[in-house]
Design a protein. Structure first.
Length: 308
């Protein structure tokens, strides 16, 4: 019995010994592992978030150019900025013919640039940016677009295109206010006078002309080219024109009251530094007997798009 008790006692102390060894080993391993694993907390304060340029549009939506002059076009973009509307510090835009693209320098026929657009508050986090363009009368007719970039105080930007819109065809001409034949006597022919017809539109044009006496009655019931203040008038048959200089009065075309094609085409200006495209017509008049004083008449020129 004693031997059995001794055995049990020995087993009990063996168990306790092994338990102590295991626990100590575990604690030592844990402590060693903890020495090799340290942590660092990382953090950052993001003080700026990019602007969101979410809508760009153009007014007017369909653009009618002004013959011989510029027409103002407004490209507007709406910007949302989580840092407040004042964080949107500027915008730039390119107004361009979509067939030529938005990359490159200014060209009055197909690309306009604005690097100093104006941005104003709409609400706490929203701004409206406006980019103005003075578009030339000879700008290409067709489909155009506006590309805008909004920039915040950190130089972070967002970019957006408008929808496509139309620049319409414009037909326009310009002629001198007066054609003065000078001082003449009855039975005398004037010298040849040049008169330029200029294309003030964005398409090639054909020109027609008609005339009438005076300035107020285009129906011209008396078939006159001029009405004279001191008596007598100049009939239509005495005023003539030519498309070529120096052909002589007898070979010129007689003016009439019906609009008559002049058989030439004026092309579109396509160079910003060039003069406007024009054709010169040449005019003469014969002064019949029995007229006197200041005489005047009207020449009416009409431009029509050349279908080519």
């Amino acid at each position: 019995m004693r031997n059995k008790d001794k055995t049990v006692t020995c087993l009990f102390f063996l168990f306790v010994f092994l338990f102590v060894i295991f626990t100590a080993t575990t604690m030592i391993s844990y402590n060693v592992s903890g020495a090799n694993n340290s942590i660092t907390i990382t953090k950052v304060n993001v003080t700026n978030t990019e602007p969101d340029l979410h809508y760009v549009f153009v007014t007017p939506a369909s653009i009618d150019l002004t013959p011989g002059e510029t027409t103002q076009v407004n490209c507007t973009g709406y910007v949302y900025d989580p840092d407040g509307y004042a964080d949107v510090t500027g915008a730039n835009a390119t107004f361009y013919d979509s067939s030529n693209g938005d990359t490159g320098g200014f060209d009055g026929t197909y690309r306009y640039l604005n690097s100093s657009c104006t941005c104003v508050e709409i609400s706490t986090y929203n701004a409206s940016c406006s980019c103005l363009f003075d578009v030339q009368y000879y700008a290409n007719n067709g489909t155009w677009q506006c590309n805008m970039t909004a920039v915040d105080d950190y130089g972070v930007s967002d970019n957006e295109n408008s929808t496509l819109f139309d620049v319409n065809t414009v037909v326009g001409i310009d002629v001198p206010a007066e054609l003065d034949y000078g001082n003449l006597s009855v039975t005398q022919y004037s010298s040849e006078e040049g008169l330029n017809v200029t294309n003030y539109g964005n398409v090639p044009i054909n020109i027609s002309v008609r005339g009438y006496g005076g300035t107020t009655d285009p129906n011209n019931p008396d078939n006159l080219s001029m009405i004279c203040a001191s008596g007598g008038n100049i009939s239509m048959e005495h005023e003539k024109y030519s498309l070529t200089s120096g052909v002589g009065y007898g070979s010129m075309i007689t003016l009439n009251n019906e609009s008559t094609a002049m058989d030439f085409t004026i092309q579109v200006k396509n160079n910003d530094t060039a003069i406007n495209n024009f054709n010169t017509t040449y005019w003469m008049i014969y002064i019949p007997a029995s007229v006197g004083g200041f005489c005047n008449g009207t020449l009416e020129f009409v431009g029509q798009e050349n279908p080519q």
